[in-house]
Design a protein around this ligand. Structure first.
Ligand SMILES: [Zn+2]
Length: 130
């Protein structure tokens, strides 16, 4: 995994910071307590890490991309929760649908086009399988 050091949006310096410094008390509720986040010190673009590590899930995201990642996550979570399967099974299914390795299947690291594919996939599948 490449190191994140320079922001792809503004060229600003990216630093690894505690999740609490960004989310404050919400970090606990978000399941981010004690986790680290890569954050551009200039424009606030950011990306979370694999749990308990400093390995980024993907590239830093500006606000537009962050909202898209959240939207994709909500669509995906709603779908697999309705299936009553495990999180592991759900991600395996998603990786197969997207034809990407399961260890690369992290919505928190997806780009706009990948997020859009997740949203469309979940809409389509949700309609058909319900
Ligand atoms: Zn930046």
């Amino acid at each position: 995994m490449k190191q994140l050091s320079v922001c792809r949006y503004c060229g600003g310096v990216i630093r690894l910071v505690p999740a609490e410094s960004i989310f404050g008390k919400r970090a606990k509720k978000l399941g981010m307590e004690g986790e680290q986040v890569y954050q551009c010190q200039n424009c606030n673009a950011r990306v979370c890490c694999h749990k308990g590590t400093t390995r980024p899930l993907g590239n830093v995201a500006n606000e537009v991309l962050r909202l898209k990642r959240i939207e994709a996550h909500e669509a995906f979570d709603a779908l697999w929760h309705s299936w009553h399967i495990s999180r592991t099974q759900a991600y395996k299914w998603l990786s197969q649908q997207l034809r990407i390795p399961v260890d690369k299947t992290h919505i928190g690291g997806f780009e706009m086009d990948e997020c859009q594919r997740v949203i469309e996939l979940c809409c389509k599948t949700g309609d058909g399988a319900a």
